[in-house]
Each structure stands twice: as structure tokens, then as C-alpha cells.
Design a protein around this ligand. Structure first.
Ligand code: SIN
Length: 283
């Protein structure tokens, strides 16, 4: 198949032009797509028309799929698909309307955080609801020396939501039983990508609640400096969604954030399907 890989002007991201993801991808094309994902951290496929089965089949080419702990937000009959949606049925959200309020990496609060996520847009608002992505290789490579020295070799502690120290901060919160399934876990603050072998920052302001073996009075200022460093516009790309977009990001070396500023506006409608590919234990 002939297709093109067009890198964005930002320090991450590329559009892949000329692939219909509804069709099975031959092995050599898949290898190019896989390479593009490693090189550009996020890849964008426009104008797709995918059934849940087709999205699941393409996602599985990259590895087994994970299930989000918020199982009440999964698609009926397809537990591998997390519904990210502002739609309501009988007064209740049918999915997560506010996934990603802060910079984060998906499932960074489990033992084997996600390799990557694919978000497929079925309905998008005319404005707002963009998703920001940030390059954590670049963030790592440009860290101020004292901050790098203070955090090097350290492990950060993760929970589903920072506010979950006191209670979940999402519109669809975790039940007590769901929280029990995701106890605090520690990962290296700086991880090595298992495929590219490059180092990146792995802590994030949505899920990282502290540093192992450090008092909060010491860890919190360090983490705040780290988070501010990682969110600098020079490391980011903002995706303006169109219906039919499929965006696939690498959670091992990129953070993302959803623009939720229009949540609550009845004219704001956004409906997406996310599949999440299982990763391995960070090192
Ligand atoms: C997510 O964090 O997976 C969702 C991002 C978005 O809704 O833009």
C-alpha cells in the first residue's frame, strides 16, 4: 500500500495519509506504522470509519488490550472500548465526559501502565475539546540539572487521581471496590522506553501523588517544578479533532490532556471510543 507519513511542525506528532484502518494492514505497512509511532510519539489517521470490532482489531496488532477500571464507562458488548463521551442516557453519562483533566499518561497508576491509547472521534464540537500532547523525551533531555539530580533514581507513587488522596476527582468516580483494584503503585520518575531505549519523564500531575521515601514537604515542590517544566508549550502539540480522526499516542514517552473548558455547556457534544494497549513494567 502507498501511504505517506507527514511529521507535524511541533516536536511530536505525524499524520499518516492513505491508510484505511478498517482494512487489515499488510505486515510491511504495519512495520512502517509501528516505526512512525515510535519516531513521532503520536500518529494521526484522518477520515476513518471504524466499527468497534475494526478499532479493536487494529489496536490488537500492537499488543493485548487493557480494560479501564471504570467498567461502567465501557461500550456495551465491547469491554475493551472505553467510551469518552458527554452523551447522557436517562440523565446519566454513558462514558467518561472528563477523562484527562490534567497532563497524564493512561493507566500510569497500574503495575503495567499502558503502552499506547487509540482515541477514535465519532462526534466532535465545533470548538473546544482539543487534546494536548507533550513530548517527555524532550522534557527529560532539557531538565534543569538540579531537578534531574534530585529525582534521578527515584520512584514516584501513582493513584488514579491526585485528588483521590481524599476522593476521586472525576464526574464518574471510582467505587470503593474499583479503588481497591488500583492501590498505589511506584514507578521510576524517569523511565527507559522498552523499544527505543530513550529516557523520558514519566511522572504526571493527574496521577503522581508523591515520591517514595520522601516527605511530602520535600517531594511536592520538586513535583510541581517537574510538572511545570513538562507542560511548556515548546514540548507540546494540540490536536483539533475532526469526526473520523483516530489518534494513537505512546503513553510511555508522551503525556496528554483534554481541554474540558466547555464541559457543562449543553451545546458541547463530544463522543469518542478509546482502546488501550497494555504495556509492561516501567524500568
Ligand atoms: C484520555 O485522557 O484518554 C482522553 C483524552 C481526551 O478526551 O481528549
Amino acid at each position: 500500500m502507498t501511504f505517506a507519513i507527514k511529521p507535524f511542525a511541533a516536536c511530536l506528532g505525524a499524520e499518516i495519509i492513505g491508510i484505511d484502518l478498517a482494512e487489515p494492514l499488510p505486515a510491511d505497512d504495519f512495520a512502517r506504522v509501528h516505526r512512525a509511532h515510535l519516531d513521532h510519539l503520536i500518529i494521526v489517521f484522518r477520515n476513518q470509519s471504524l466499527t468497534p470490532e475494526q478499532q479493536i482489531a487494529f489496536s490488537r496488532r500492537f499488543g493485548p488490550l487493557d480494560r479501564h477500571p471504570s467498567d461502567q464507562a465501557s461500550l456495551d458488548g465491547h469491554p475493551e472500548i472505553l467510551v469518552v463521551s458527554t452523551r447522557k442516557e436517562n440523565g446519566k453519562y454513558i462514558g467518561l465526559p472528563d477523562a484527562g483533566p490534567k497532563w497524564h499518561s493512561d493507566l500510569s497508576y497500574v503495575k503495567t501502565p499502558a503502552l499506547g491509547s487509540m482515541l477514535y472521534a465519532l462526534e466532535v464540537p465545533d470548538h473546544g475539546g482539543n487534546t494536548g500532547f507533550a513530548n517527555m523525551y524532550d522534557a527529560y533531555e532539557t531538565l534543569p540539572g538540579d531537578l534531574r539530580a534530585a529525582l534521578d533514581g527515584r520512584r514516584a507513587i501513582f493513584l488514579p487521581g491526585r485528588a483521590q488522596k481524599g476522593g476521586a476527582d472525576f464526574k464518574i468516580g471510582f467505587s470503593a471496590e474499583q479503588k481497591e483494584r488500583v492501590p498505589p503503585v511506584a514507578h521510576p520518575v524517569f523511565r527507559t522506553h522498552p523499544e527505543t531505549r530513550r529516557k523520558s519523564v514519566f511522572a504526571n500531575p493527574q496521577h503522581t501523588i508523591g515520591i517514595e521515601g520522601m516527605a511530602e514537604s520535600e517531594s511536592e515542590p520538586l513535583l510541581q517544578r517537574l510538572f511545570e517544566h513538562c507542560a511548556q508549550p515548546r514540548f507540546t502539540y494540540r490536536h483539533k479533532w475532526r469526526p473520523g480522526d483516530m489518534v494513537f499516542w505512546d503513553n510511555r514517552c508522551a503525556l496528554h490532556i483534554a481541554d474540558l473548558s466547555r464541559i457543562g455547556d449543553p451545546a458541547y457534544r463530544r463522543h469518542m471510543h478509546r482502546t488501550t494497549i497494555m504495556g509492561d513494567v516501567p524500568f
